[in-house]
Design a binder for this molecule. Structure first.
Ligand code: ARG
Length: 431
C-alpha cells in the first residue's frame, strides 16, 4: 500500500506529466510548433511541408534517411530547402539498416504471407528512430509523417514514434486532409512544388532490400505489371541466355561473402541485387493483406532478398535438427508478422530475436544457386556443421544406422493409426 504522502507525490508527478503532455499535445496559439518531418522528396511529403507551414503555422525540419532507396538524396535536400524548411538533415543509414534490420530479417527467413521480404516495413522503425534523435537534438515539439490512412506505414510510424517519444505530438495530416492524388498534384503545382513524371505514374517506396511499386495501372489485379514499373530487374526475356552460378557464404546465419569474396553487409546486398537483377530474378506480384483489413495488389522487385532468403533457408535445413526446423517456422512466422505490423519495438520481438540468434550459431556454410532468365534454383550446399551424412542416406554404414531397428520404430509410430483403422473396419462390418 502507498502511504498518503506517497499518493500525493505520485498524483503531483502524474499531473505534471499530464500537464506537459497536454501543453505539447494541444500547443498554444503563441508558440509555433516545430515539427520533424520524415521527408522522401516525393509528392506527399513535399505537399506536407507547405501544409505544415501554412495550416499549422509550424516550422518544419525535414529528415531524409538513406536506406538504399537509390533516389537522389541531394535533390530531396535541395527541394526541401527550396520549400522553406527551417533545417534539413540527410542521414546515410544504409550500413545500420543492412546490419541491424536486414540481417535479423535474414535470420528469421522473413517473408510476409510467404512472398514479401518486408523491404518497406523494415525501414520504418529505423527512420522513426532517426526522426526522434533529431527532434530531441533540435528541441522539436512534434513529429510528422506523410502516410495515408489506408496503409501499413502509418501503423509502423505511429507505434514506433509513440514508443520512442511518448511526450511528443505525432501527426499524419495526409490521413486527414482528404486530398486525392490528382488534387495533391494540383495543390503542388499551385504552391510551386515540382512534380516528377515518375510521381504521376507510380508510387514508389524502396530500400536496399527491395522496391515496392504501387498505383496507376497496377491497381487492376488482373493485368500484368507494365515493364516500365521495374527498374532493378531485367525482364526475364531480355536476361542473359546463359545461366549464372552464384555462391553465397554464410557465418552464424548471415551472409558474409559472394563467390568466395568477403563483403560487409551493405556491399554484399548491393552485389547480390546486381547479379540477381541482371538475371531477372526477384520480381514479386501478389495479393497482400494489409493490417487495416484491405487486400492490395502489390508489385515488388527484391533481387537480393529473393536469393539470400532462399539460400539461408536451405542452409538451415542442412544444419538444424528436424525439431529445430519445424519449431523455428512458427517463430519466423510470428517475427515477420510483428515486423510487418509495426511492432518492431515490442518486447516480444526481442524475445523472438533471442531464440533466433541462438538458433543461428551453426548456420555456417555455402549455398550454390543458378540464376537464369528470372528463375532461381538451388543447386548445392555444404557446411562444416552439416547433419546430412551421405553415408547414412546411402545406408552404407551398418553401425550408425541399423535398418533392423526401423521395424520396431514403425510398429510404435503407426500404433494408433492402425488401431483406428481396424476399429473403423470392424464398425463398418457391424453396421
Ligand atoms: N505493402 C508494403 C508494406 O506495407 C509496401 C508499401 C509501400 N509503401 C509505400 N508508401 N508506397 O510494407
Amino acid at each position: 500500500m502507498l502511504s498518503d504522502k506517497k499518493v500525493t507525490r505520485f498524483k503531483n508527478t502524474a499531473l505534471k506529466v499530464v500537464g506537459i503532455n497536454l501543453e505539447q499535445k494541444w500547443g498554444s496559439k503563441h508558440i509555433t510548433d516545430k515539427f520533424v518531418l520524415a521527408y522522401s522528396g516525393g509528392l506527399d511529403t513535399s505537399v506536407l511541408i507547405k501544409y505544415l507551414q501554412e495550416k499549422y503555422n509550424a516550422q518544419v525540419i525535414t529528415v531524409t534517411v538513406d536506406v538504399g532507396q537509390q533516389e537522389d538524396i541531394k535533390a530531396a535536400e535541395e527541394k526541401a530547402k527550396k520549400l522553406g524548411v527551417l533545417k534539413h538533415f540527410s542521414i546515410d543509414a544504409k550500413d545500420e539498416f543492412a546490419k541491424d534490420y536486414i540481417f535479423p530479417a535474414i535470420k528469421a527467413n522473413a517473408l510476409y504471407e510467404g512472398k514479401y521480404p518486408i523491404s518497406t516495413s523494415l525501414s520504418r522503425p529505423l527512420i522513426a528512430k532517426k526522426m526522434v534523435e533529431i527532434a530531441e537534438k533540435e528541441g522539436a515539439t512534434g513529429l510528422a509523417h506523410g502516410c495515408t490512412g489506408r496503409g501499413n506505414d502509418q501503423v509502423r510510424f505511429d507505434v514506433t514514434l509513440g514508443s520512442l517519444a511518448p511526450e511528443m505530438k505525432i501527426i499524419a495530416p495526409v490521413r486527414e486532409w482528404g486530398m486525392t492524388r490528382d488534387e495533391e498534384i494540383t495543390y503542388a503545382k499551385t504552391k510551386g512544388i515540382p512534380v516528377s513524371n515518375a510521381a504521376k505514374k507510380y508510387s514508389i517506396d524502396a530500400s536496399v532490400w527491395g522496391r515496392a511499386i504501387e498505383c496507376g495501372l497496377l491497381e487492376d489485379a488482373s493485368q500484368a505489371p507494365p515493364e516500365d514499373a521495374y527498374e532493378w530487374t531485367t525482364s526475364p526475356e531480355k536476361a542473359p541466355n546463359t545461366p549464372e552460378i552464384v555462391t553465397i557464404q554464410f557465418e552464424a546465419g548471415v551472409p558474409v561473402g559472394v563467390n568466395g569474396k568477403s563483403m560487409v553487409p551493405l556491399e554484399l546486398i548491393e552485389e547480390v541485387n546486381k547479379i540477381a537483377g541482371k538475371n531477372g530474378v526477384g520480381r514479386i506480384d501478389h495479393i497482400e493483406d494489409r493490417l487495416v483489413g484491405i487486400k492490395s495488389r502489390e508489385v515488388y522487385e527484391c533481387p537480393a532478398a529473393t536469393v539470400i532468403l532462399e539460400a539461408h533457408k536451405d542452409l538451415e535445413k542442412m544444419v538444424m535438427t528436424r525439431h529445430e526446423v519445424l519449431f523455428k517456422q512458427q517463430i519466423d512466422a510470428e517475427w515477420v508478422f510483428l515486423a510487418y505490423a509495426g511492432l518492431w519495438v515490442d518486447p516480444l520481438k526481442d524475445d523472438l530475436d533471442a531464440f533466433i540468434n541462438k538458433s543461428q550459431e551453426n548456420v555456417t556454410g555455402e549455398v550454390k544457386l543458378k540464376l537464369y532468365k528470372g528463375s532461381l534454383q538451388i543447386i548445392g550446399r555444404s557446411s562444416p556443421n552439416s547433419l546430412y551424412d551421405k553415408n547414412l542416406a546411402n545406408y552404407n554404414i551398418k553401425t550408425s544406422f541399423n535398418q533392423s531397428y526401423s521395424k520396431g520404430f514403425i510398429e510404435l509410430w503407426g500404433l494408433q493409426t492402425r488401431m483406428y483403422n481396424t476399429l473403423k473396419k470392424a464398425n463398418k462390418k457391424k453396421a
